[in-house]
Design a protein around this ligand. Structure first.
Ligand code: DMJ
Length: 559
């Protein structure tokens, strides 16, 4: 046994002995051939694996590149096209932002001193007035502006007033529109920014009081409602008891947001029914007259306008689409809006001799050469909506937005005070002339400049905004706040600091000189009173409220 084991051991070892092969050259040749073949196969495998790895790497890179491209495409129109990422801040912007913040401090401290808890301050008589039924309009309208500017102490004090003193149980006939855009919008925005649930509870309270207004045969709401009894009706001065277009189509953003944040779909259902109803017979040009019958949804023969009583209906068609993440669920809103933009194009004319582009009003088939300053929100809306079109249309609408903004800026520049009147008439050979000549600190032009600056990166819009701010400082600033002008020609002052001056005019001016990450247009949508609402997933209104602790905004941009 021992011998045979040693023989078999020797039998295997002999193949390793070179002498064995020297004696057998054919076997040596065979061994060589086997060695070379195996080496080639191994080499080939290694190469293949490496090539494969390189291929996979390249594909991964390509996927990454395409993903980035997709992200950029999604964000086109919402990101400054010409501003460089991480570019250092322009010191002029910081300085100007600080000036605007100082204006807010002046306006706020005057309100605090003379009109605390009232709807609006009357700076010249140094008292307050309850123009909205005593809902603390200025307080609520200012919450988010204070927050964004990092005015923490003021915000906290206002917050405590809302928590302890704001009572909606009032025998007061409130405007649905004003109460929604200022109060519901202001509270929701304060909630989205601070995450403080108290604001959401208050928003729910007031929204519940408004809800019965939608109980009409068509679901198109009555525009006035008693906050205590819930009895609703339309203003007596509106044609035949009709509802007003803007007043009926400017609650969608706020009530959809409320459903998203409370998980209760009833708010969203009420406001979306209005649009579904109006969409049934929506004209090809997307233009509706300002009066609609709430019993049968028929439009009355009346004015069609992007100014007073029409304006924010069109604004909200676009913004609900933005709020809904531009998904298929909100496509009908975009479609309606695009139709309306065809209608808007049909109202565009140019003045002579200076070729100012303006939006006419329409009565029946007649174009009227009149444009409200209120319609100066339109350039901003066009800029915001342009990115949803293909490249050619996008360019066309952006350029129209720029032209209209130039006209609106000239509403300001053409008066001795450099502040715009309430509306303008256009006459052949004479360009524009002011009609109603008051200025009540309205925001629409600076709102559009803000959008145009954010979406094009063109600093000219900042310059125009700054000039307007300086004109407010010169003409409207008084010792105890800011007032409007009774006449932009003489500069005669009125006695009211409108709550939207703090909610909108100063906020848009502040953002005009802030980095675009502050209330980014990718993440927020502004209601018509400039209250930013966080964009959340639309498809699932029952999702838990998003965690929104963004206090850093204010601090980030402190100048
Ligand atoms: C604000 O209440 C809102 O901007 C509304 O859409 C129009 N009127 C004022 C500001 O001018």
């Amino acid at each position: 046994m021992a011998r045979s084991r040693s023989i078999s051991g020797y039998g295997l070892w002999k193949y390793l002995n070179p002498a064995y092969y020297l004696r057998r050259p054919r076997r040596l040749a065979l061994l060589f051939i086997i060695f070379v073949s195996v080496s080639m196969v191994v080499w080939d495998r290694i190469n293949l694996t490496r090539e494969h790895e390189v291929e996979v790497y390249k594909l991964n890179e390509e996927v990454l590149r395409l993903e980035q491209m997709l992200e950029e495409l999604k964000g086109v129109g919402n990101k400054p096209l010409k501003t460089m990422k991480n570019a250092p801040e322009d010191p002029v912007d910081i300085q100007r932002r600080q000036k605007v913040k100082e204006a807010m401090i002046h306006a706020w401290s005057s309100y605090e001193k003379y009109a605390w808890g009232k709807d609006e301050l009357q700076p010249r008589t140094k008292d307050g007035t309850d123009s909205f039924g005593g809902l603390g309009a200025t307080m609520i309208d200012s919450l988010d502006t204070l927050y964004i500017m990092g005015l923490d102490e003021q915000f906290q004090k206002a917050r405590d007033w809302v928590a302890s003193s704001l009572d909606f149980d009032k025998d007061y006939d409130a405007s649905m529109f004003e109460t929604t855009i200022r109060v519901v919008g202001g509270l929701l925005s304060a909630y989205d920014l601070s995450g403080d649930k108290m604001f959401l509870e208050k928003a729910k309270d007031i929204a519940d009081r408004l809800l019965p207004a939608w109980n009409t045969p068509t679901g198109i709401p009555y525009n006035i409602i008693n906050l205590r009894s819930g009895n609703a009706h339309n203003p007596s001065w509106a044609a035949g008891g009709d509802s007003i277009l803007a007043d009926s189509g400017t609650e969608q953003l706020e009530f959809i947001a409320l459903s998203q944040r409370t998980g209760d779909p009833k708010y969203q259902q009420k406001v979306e029914k209005v649009i579904t109803e109006l969409n049934k017979n929506f004209p090809a040009d997307g233009l509706l007259p300002i009066y609609i019958n709430p019993d049968n949804a028929n439009p009355s023969y009346s004015t069609t306008t992007f100014g007073a009583m029409g304006d924010s209906f069109y604004e909200y068609l676009l913004k609900v689409w933005v709020q809904g993440n531009k998904t298929s669920a909100v496509k009908p809103y975009r479609d309606m809006w695009e139709k309306s933009m065809k209608g808007l194009l049909s109202l565009i004319k140019k003045s002579t001799p200076s070729s100012f582009t303006y939006i006419c009003e329409k009565n029946g088939n007649n174009l009227i050469d009149k444009m409200d300053e209120l319609a100066c929100f339109a350039p901003g809306m066009l800029a915001l909506g342009a990115s949803g079109y293909g490249p050619d249309e996008e360019k066309k609408f952006l350029s129209l937005a720029g032209e209209l903004a130039w006209t609106c800026y000239n509403f300001y520049q053409s008066t001795p005070t450099k502040l715009a009147g309430e509306n303008y008439f256009f006459t052949a050979g004479q360009d524009m002339s002011v009609g109603t000549s008051w200025n009540i600190l309205r925001p629409e032009t600076v709102e559009s400049l803000f959008y145009l600056w954010r979406l094009t990166g063109n600093k000219t819009y900042q310059e125009w905004g700054w000039n307007i701010f300086e004109a407010f400082e010169k003409n409207s600033r008084v010792e105890s706040g800011y007032v409007g002008l009774k006449d932009v020609n003489s500069g005669a002052k009125d006695n009211k600091m409108q709550s939207f001056f703090l909610a909108e005019t100063l906020k848009y001016l502040y953002l005009l000189f802030s980095p675009s990450s502050v209330i980014s247009l990718d993440e927020w949508v502004f209601n018509t009173e400039a209250h930013p609402l966080k964009i959340v997933e639309r498809s699932d209104p029952r999702k838990p409220t998003i965690a929104l602790r963004q206090r850093r905004f204010g601090h980030q941009v402190k100048g």
